[in-house]
Design a binder for this molecule. Structure first.
Ligand SMILES: Nc1ncnc2c1ncn2[C@@H]1O[C@H](COP(=O)(O)OP(=O)(O)OP(=O)(O)O)[C@@H](O)[C@H]1O
Ligand SMILES: [Mg+2]
Length: 307
């Protein structure tokens, strides 16, 4: 089942700037989706439409089979963690989460328990009576997440939740997201940190200048671009082995961390193996250089994600 379906979506702001340009996406139940793109790609604009904050200019958006114009029918099912932290500094952590819970219509009886559950998930249970104005940026961010989870939403949308925070909070957030997903929630995760997207996402949409420029599972993308980008294969061989001249038709020799390494492209793989085998050259290790989403992005756009 598709929880979200977006067809030919466009958003032009009042000043005439088109921030979302013919976007089509599908979000299936139970998966973690990454929206990856540089500053200004249109990620927050797209998300703001999905959570009913701004109106689309044209196209179709369905969430839980309802047109997004009926957002009040589905708002209970969606949790939204905005890019800018939105919490009340003069309410305690617990009061903040309870406040959001009350907005979502959680009944008074279970409100405190639900709020405590949310705080526990983000690792702030012990800080429940403290005021967020004394929190670190990472703790404030985690509290913001707790506020978005209190009503146990089926779909949770995170807009760059790990920007500019300490590694402890960052790990806590990534682990919480994976936990929520294992417990059944569908996740949309926006980021320009490709390592995070690679670590937690099942499926990635790469955005640039308001368009989806590539999409697939991480494995799909690697398979597709390993061929195109031709990332090299490296074979370490023993110190004493004599290499026949013919092997240098297919590879170059390098020294890496004190050992001899043959470096070549996938197209030469078969030949290299044949030569190594026929000369009984012992192989210590085979590696393929790491292709990552950053390289794919660079290839597609000619710029880095953090330009
Ligand atoms: N209210 C607005 N009026 C006009 N232009 C806007 C408005 N909000 C955003 N934009 C522009 O739309 C483009 C997309 O912005 P958006 O915030 O969606 O990008 P983003 O991918 O979330 O970027 P970031 O990684 O910086 O958060 C940007 O060029 C931005 O300047
Ligand atoms: Mg944004």
């Amino acid at each position: 089942m598709n929880i979200i379906e977006v067809n030919q979506l466009e958003k032009t702001y009042k000043n005439g700037f088109k921030a979302v340009d013919n976007i089509n996406i599908k979000i299936e139940k139970g998966k973690i989706y990454g929206l990856l793109g540089p500053n200004g790609a249109g990620k927050s604009t797209l998300i703001s439409i999905l959570v009913g904050l701004i109106r689309k200019t044209s196209g179709e958006v369905f969430a839980f089979n309802e047109p997004i114009s009926n957002f009040n029918k589905i708002s209970q099912k969606i949790g939204y963690v905005p890019q800018e932290i939105a919490i009340y500094p003069d309410l305690t952590a617990l009061e903040n989460v309870m406040f959001f819970g009350a907005l979502y219509g959680i009944d008074r009886k279970s409100l405190k328990d639900k709020a405590m559950e949310s705080l526990k998930l983000v690792g702030l249970l012990e800080n429940s009576k403290e005021y967020p104005k004394n929190f670190s940026g990472g703790m404030q961010r985690r509290l913001n997440i707790a506020c978005a989870l209190v009503h146990s939403p089926e779909l949770i949308i995170f807009d760059e939740p790990t920007v500019g925070i300490d590694p402890h909070s960052r790990n806590n957030i990534l682990e919480s997201i994976m936990y929520l997903n294992k417990s059944g929630a569908t996740i949309i995760y926006t980021s320009h940190y490709m390592e995070e997207v690679e670590k937690i996402c099942d499926y990635v949409y790469i955005l640039d200048k308001g368009k989806v420029i590539e999409q697939g599972t991480i494995l799909n993308l690697y398979q597709r671009y390993t061929k195109i980008l031709d990332s090299p294969i490296m074979v370490s061989i023993t110190e004493e082995s004599n290499l026949p001249d013919e092997i240098f038709k297919y590879c170059r020799l390098d020294i890496a961390e004190g050992s001899r390494v043959l470096i070549f492209n996938e197209t030469s793989f078969k030949k290299i193996i044949e030569v190594l085998y026929s000369h009984s050259i012992e192989v210590n290790d085979i590696k393929k250089s790491n292709l990552n989403l950053e390289e794919i992005f660079l290839f597609l756009t000619g710029k880095t994600l953090r330009d």
